[in-house]
Design a protein around this ligand. Structure first.
Ligand SMILES: O=C(O)CCC(=O)C(=O)O
Ligand SMILES: [Fe+2]
Length: 304
């Protein structure tokens, strides 16, 4: 399809690192490569950075602990509470402990790798993804992560802050997590921006008062959410947009700005994930953030 021709070239890449420990110290060259690659929209790939489970945690490698409704089991480190799990008592403590340990390892990794982010990096939710992705029916197309998208949280506006995520494939029998990665953010945003209309005046305030959102959605949040929904709902784009497929090996870890990198999870089972929020100002090159790109494309301030 001709409208995709301009972006048919190789557009994204994996930057590989050979660390094997979460508390590794990185050379200044590696740290430089990490911050630059991430901000360009690359995926940082740690092929041999595994998260070994304790013997008594191996029982969690099953989809039976899920409430079968939520996509993931998540853990909120500030509330200390599990969501999406059907689990009680000592088992719940054990699972929460595993997720807390992952959160702490993920944080250590980023502190060593991205020291310029460390002081403002905010720990958000931890998730455990026990379901096979392939063939799983999502409750709506908006929740279907097998479709290309950039992340935007419907009920938690982030006012331009970056979404930085660490993923680890803990599949016990070597099954890779397969993703597709799409075109660069700016090309993508230019394509879909014309489909996003302005928010209704007063709606963001109302949704916040009603508790539909946690805090007021900024114009940035409005655009990101609509880009997310329009993209997932565009059958032609889903079928024909340029992409590359990557297989993240069992026992590997990857780090990515998921609000910038178009991604779709195609297959695989058993992944741990830690989300961090980062203020745009902490970036080396703030003009590469989705906030600044969208402000440039629309000619307006979007998160004031
Ligand atoms: O579970 C995965 O591999 C990725 C799913 C996804 O799109 C996300 O977590 O943002
Ligand atoms: Fe996503």
């Amino acid at each position: 399809m001709s409208s995709f021709e301009s972006s048919r070239k190789v557009f994204s890449s994996l930057d590989t690192f050979d660390a094997t420990a979460w508390n590794s110290s990185f050379t200044s060259e590696d740290r430089e490569r990490a911050v630059d690659g991430l901000e360009r929209g690359h995926v940082l790939y740690f092929k041999t950075l595994a998260f070994p489970l304790e013997a008594e945690e191996k029982v969690f490698l099953s989809s039976t602990w899920s409430d079968q409704e939520a996509k993931n089991i998540s853990f909120d480190p500030t509330e200390g509470r599990l969501r999406g799990a059907k689990i009680e008592g000592a088992d719940g403590e054990k699972l929460a402990g595993m997720m807390r340990r992952y959160a702490s390892d993920a944080r250590q990794l980023l502190q060593g790798l991205l020291p310029s982010y460390a002081s403002t990096l905010k720990l958000a939710r931890t998730s455990f993804r026990p379901h096979e992705v392939e063939g799983r029916k999502a409750s709506s197309f908006r929740k279907d992560d097998t479709r290309l998208h950039v992340d935007a949280f419907p009920s938690r506006p982030n006012r331009g802050a970056r979404i930085l995520r660490v993923f680890t494939n803990i599949h016990p029998a070597g099954k890779p997590r397969v993703w597709q990665i799409g075109e660069p953010f700016e090309a993508y945003a230019s394509r879909f921006l014309p489909t996003v209309s302005r928010p209704l005046p007063g709606l963001a305030q109302l949704e916040s008062i009603l508790g539909i959102t946690k805090g007021v959605r900024t114009p940035y949040d409005h655009i990101m959410l609509h880009l997310h929904d329009r993209t997932k709902g565009d059958e032609t784009y889903q079928r024909e947009a340029p992409r590359q497929e990557v297989a993240f090996a069992a026992g590997s870890t990857w780090v990515v700005f998921t609000d910038q990198v178009l991604h779709a999870a195609i297959s695989g089972q058993f992944v741990l994930e830690q989300t961090f929020e980062l203020p745009v100002a902490a970036q080396r090159q703030t003009e590469r953030s989705p906030l600044r790109v969208l402000e440039r494309l629309t000619g307006r301030a979007l998160a004031a």
